[in-house]
Design a protein around this ligand. Structure first.
Ligand code: AMP
Ligand code: ZN
Length: 117
């Protein structure tokens, strides 16, 4: 099914993004409004709204989002730690309803405000 959400449009190449990594299943790109010196997003190409939409059948895909985080963080120079955040729904202050993993990092330790994103 074709979705008009902004991240599906990035997946389809209809909106530009500064891509870091792409394969058949996932895409990683820099956040347009970074909250840290390095801030990128890893998304599934499949439109899932958030983790409420995921079940065990999505385990390989969701695992891949996290499984790539360390490699991509290192690629971006984050050799001394990074933070991963997934906002879900209204209470999680999710703004874009297409599942995404935020990766934030250094060089200096992140503040607690970055806990949100
Ligand atoms: P969240 O609050 O977890 O839904 O965060 C959504 C994130 O997507 C925010 O950090 C936005 O800055 C980011 N974002 C929104 N539109 C774009 C875009 N076109 N390209 C890159 N990042 C975006
Ligand atoms: Zn989408």
């Amino acid at each position: 099914m074709k979705h008009d959400c902004i991240f599906c449009r990035i997946v389809r190449g209809e909106i530009p993004a500064k891509k870091l990594f792409e394969d058949d299943d996932i895409l990683a790109f820099h956040d347009i409004n970074p909250s840290a010196p390095v801030h990128f997003l890893i998304i599934p190409k499949l439109h899932l709204e958030n983790l409420y939409d995921a079940d065990l059948s999505h385990q390989p895909l969701v695992g891949k989002l996290f499984g790539m985080a360390g490699t991509l963080a290192r690629d971006q120079g984050l050799h001394d730690g990074f933070r991963v955040i997934v906002n879900n729904g209204r209470v999680g202050r999710q703004e874009v309803y297409h599942l995404h993993v935020h990766v934030l990092g250094g060089p200096e330790p992140l503040g607690s405000s970055n806990l949100r994103r």
